[in-house]
Design a protein around this ligand. Structure first.
Ligand SMILES: *[C@@H]1O[C@H](CO)[C@@H](O)[C@H](O)[C@H]1NC(C)=O
Length: 272
């Protein structure tokens, strides 16, 4: 799964770079997602593989903080990028005549830079907060990687307020992004329904269906993993869910986009 994820995302990057027809903001954002996916699985999966092979389940404190930082960075940035992509689809489908003005290269880059930076700031704050806590020498992390909540539980300090801060922050940011994505799609649906011909509707729908699929997977799994209340007996479910999150979701972007998308397939044909 790790290899498929890295290769699949690399292939997307290469196709988009080489195909002149795919030089649009939508596909640049897709590249951004692919880069984030590669970073994200590369911080978590190789360590899991090493653990499986060597059966040495230890992880150093610094490696743990590194995983924590990149996990938060990638998940947060992906959320912001998916929101940006929803806005891009909204402009492309609802106000196509203004697309050049509302979503040009400059605005696209700006939105991408803002997404990455917001993600990085979030990750930095979380990691700094957690690095301030003290931990006793060796502790058992009951998870597949250094997930914030599991580390918070291990700290010797009273870390309840940090847990609440992280929950509230995640909830507010996730909520704002989802509202924005949802309202974009309300407008998109409304304008698709206004189209008279069936083929016109299908064409409009096919221009956003891959994005909807990714958003649904991402939001549902993220909601169930990161935002549900912590209870002890759900730890095993948590691990299973995070397996989906660590390995399956990052693999989906390239699959969904390449198999379901005519533009990518024709681009692939012209390149090869
Ligand atoms: C991310 O998206 C922006 C905006 O479209 C683009 O300019 C940039 O090259 C992309 N970066 C990567 C690494 O794909």
């Amino acid at each position: 799964m790790y290899l498929i994820c890295v290769l699949g995302n690399l292939i997307i990057l290469i196709i988009v770079c080489l195909a002149p027809k795919l030089q649009t903001p939508m596909y640049f954002f897709l590249c951004n997602l692919s880069v984030l996916d590669i970073i994200y699985v590369s911080v978590i999966s190789p360590k899991l593989l090493v653990i499986m092979v060597t059966e040495d389940t230890s992880i150093s404190y610094s490696h743990c903080l590194l995983q924590l930082f990149f996990y938060v960075f990638c998940v947060a940035s992906e959320f912001f990028l998916l929101t940006t992509m929803a806005y891009d689809r909204y402009v492309a489908i609802c106000v196509p005549l203004h697309y050049i003005v509302l979503m040009n290269k400059w605005i696209g880059s700006l939105l991408a830079v803002v997404s990455w930076n917001l993600g990085a700031i979030n990750a930095l704050v979380y990691t700094l907060l957690i690095s301030k806590l003290s931990f006793s020498d060796s502790q058992e992390i009951n998870h597949l990687f250094c997930h914030m909540m599991s580390i918070l539980k291990l700290s010797c300090n009273n870390s309840g307020h940090i847990g609440i801060l992280i929950m509230v922050n995640g909830f507010i940011l996730g909520f704002i992004c989802m509202i924005l994505i949802f309202s974009s799609y309300m407008y998109i649906m409304a304008s698709i329904l206004k189209i008279k011909t069936t083929s016109g509707r299908q064409r409009a729908f096919s221009r956003c269906s891959s994005h909807i699929t990714i958003v649904l997977f991402f939001c549902l799994s993220s909601l169930s993993l990161n935002m549900k209340a912590e209870t002890d007996h759900s730890q095993e479910q948590d691990k299973l869910l995070s397996m989906i999150y660590i390995a399956v979701i990052p693999m989906l972007n390239p699959l969904v986009y390449s198999l379901r998308n005519k533009d990518v397939i024709t681009a692939l044909r012209t390149i090869t």
